[in-house]
Design a binder for this molecule. Structure first.
Ligand code: ATP
Ligand code: MN
Length: 430
């Protein structure tokens, strides 16, 4: 049931504890307006008589506690009201976490560290957003830890990051990203380099714990960890590793009883493992859809998002002015490894990359490591553990002149000269 393109749109009267779900058609935009009552989108409250615009492919739920009237205008793929929503369960979960924060405040302890897990397309990212919004609306300062290297809600794909949440997510644009802590992973699936994935999980946990030691609000706020939908084999082991690295207190398992039972079996008994249903509104996303949203995320990084346009810079970088690395040597059979070297060592090794044409379109992370630091065989640690200060894309390589042209959010020169190559490519069509 598509709404008309007229100015008045289609009105929906929502009863208490129901939600309006809609999807925006490709190439279209849909406007949402609240006329009366109160409503929220994934935990962010709507203002009355304000038009919210959602771009192509958006999948949105407008939930109301006590009933409301809203209108949609523009072409929706679907738009329907559902009474069958797990929002009340999610909000009960929030209430339990808030209780833990209050207790932590009283006992001078730390607040809840929560890991959200489940297979793909069950609403993990959405649940994180709801829980963070609820907490920050009560004045808490929870930290979002983003471990989904495929679809990061903090930075570009191929990264692992943490962000202190200081205000509710913007209804249209999500959480405002200021001063995130971002690490380079380099690909969109943890399986490409699971050692590095686990190592960076530990690094994030360490930085977060350090912050909690000096910042009481961060400590009481706790963290909500968003994870990947890969829950088998090494993917499962990575979840167990994460639970231990962050010393999580609560694991929220969406939709999968098997995973719930496995985690109950394998995590220490004091960890509360809770099974939650997925929302019927969560929409499956195809491979293409995921690739598109990854592309969009990179485009946003360089060009900004709607209201705020950025103007990226293009300039040449001499090969001799930078050092480029890939993390992880190609894996070789155990029998071929040099004596005393393990597969772990190869996965965490910094491999110098000599720039060539095949660098074209690759995304490179600019490491924050000091340019002067030595990079010996044993000294790769500094680089692996240093956060990223930005990203560039190689748009052209001239091997004759020994320069590459890059797209950069800031004008030349590069802030640092150690670059890490991602498997991820971005073709700048602008
Ligand atoms: P992934 O496996 O890709 O990490 P996920 O488990 O994190 O997926 P989400 O990204 O939270 O799932 O949800 C998938 C899509 O469904 C998103 O576009 C989200 O906006 C939408 N969605 C979530 N909940 C609802 C709902 N109740 N009604 C309508 N759409 C929803
Ligand atoms: Mn997700």
């Amino acid at each position: 049931s598509s709404g008309g393109a007229g100015t008045s749109g289609t009105r929906f009267d929502l009863e208490r504890e129901t939600e309006l779900r809609f999807e925006v058609e490709t190439g279209e935009r849909v406007q949402l307006e609240l006329f009366s009552g109160m409503a929220e989108v994934f935990g962010s409250e709507l203002n009355r008589n304000k038009k919210y615009t959602f771009g192509p492919g958006s999948k949105i739920a407008v939930f109301t506690w006590h009933g409301c009237t809203v209108a949609l205008s523009g072409k929706t793929e679907v738009a329907y009201v559902s009474k069958d929503t797990p929002m009340m369960l999610y909000l009960n979960t929030h209430a339990a976490l808030e209780q833990m924060r209050r207790q932590a405040e009283k006992d001078n302890e730390r607040g809840p560290r929560v890991m959200v897990v489940g297979p793909t397309d069950v609403g993990k990212t959405t649940l994180c957003r709801v829980l963070l919004n609820c907490a920050v609306r009560l004045g808490r300062r929870p930290t979002l830890v983003e471990l989904d290297v495929g679809q990061s809600s903090i930075s570009v794909p191929g990264t692992m990051a943490a962000l202190c949440i200081e205000r509710p997510a913007d209804v249209e644009e999500g959480f405002s990203v200021q001063a995130p802590l971002v690490f380079h992973f380099g690909s969109t699936t943890p399986g490409t380099n699971i050692k590095l994935y686990n190592k960076l999980t530990s690094s994030l946990a360490e930085v977060f714990s350090q912050r909690c030691e000096v910042n009481r609000k961060a400590s009481v706020g706790g963290c909500i960890i968003n994870t990947c939908g890969w829950v088998k084999g090494s993917g499962y082991q990575a979840l167990v590793h994460c639970a231990s690295a962050f010393q999580v207190d609560v694991v929220l398992v969406l939709d999968q009883e098997r995973l719930y039972n496995e985690l109950k079996r394998d995590l220490p008994h004091f960890v509360r493992v809770v099974l939650l249903p997925k929302s019927g509104g969560v929409v499956e996303r195809s491979k293409d859809c995921r690739r598109e949203s990854r592309d969009e995320k990179i485009r946003e990084y360089f060009y900004g998002f709607r209201g705020t346009s950025f103007y990226p810079h293009a300039f040449d970088v001499r090969f001799s002015d930078v050092r480029i690395y890939k993390i992880g040597a190609p894996s070789i059979p155990d029998s071929c490894l040099p004596l005393g070297m393990s597969q772990d060592d190869t996965q965490l090794k910094l491999v110098p990359v000599s720039p060539g044409r095949d660098l074209t379109h690759h995304v490179l992370s600019v490491s924050s490591v000091e340019d002067e630091s030595e990079v010996g065989a044993g000294q790769s640690r500094g680089i692996l553990e240093s956060p990223v200060c930005g990203f560039i894309v190689v748009t052209a390589v001239d091997t004759q002149a020994q320069v590459m042209t890059v797209l950069s959010p800031a004008p030349r020169p590069l802030p640092r000269h150690t670059l890490l190559i991602m498997d991820i490519r971005f073709i700048d069509l602008k």
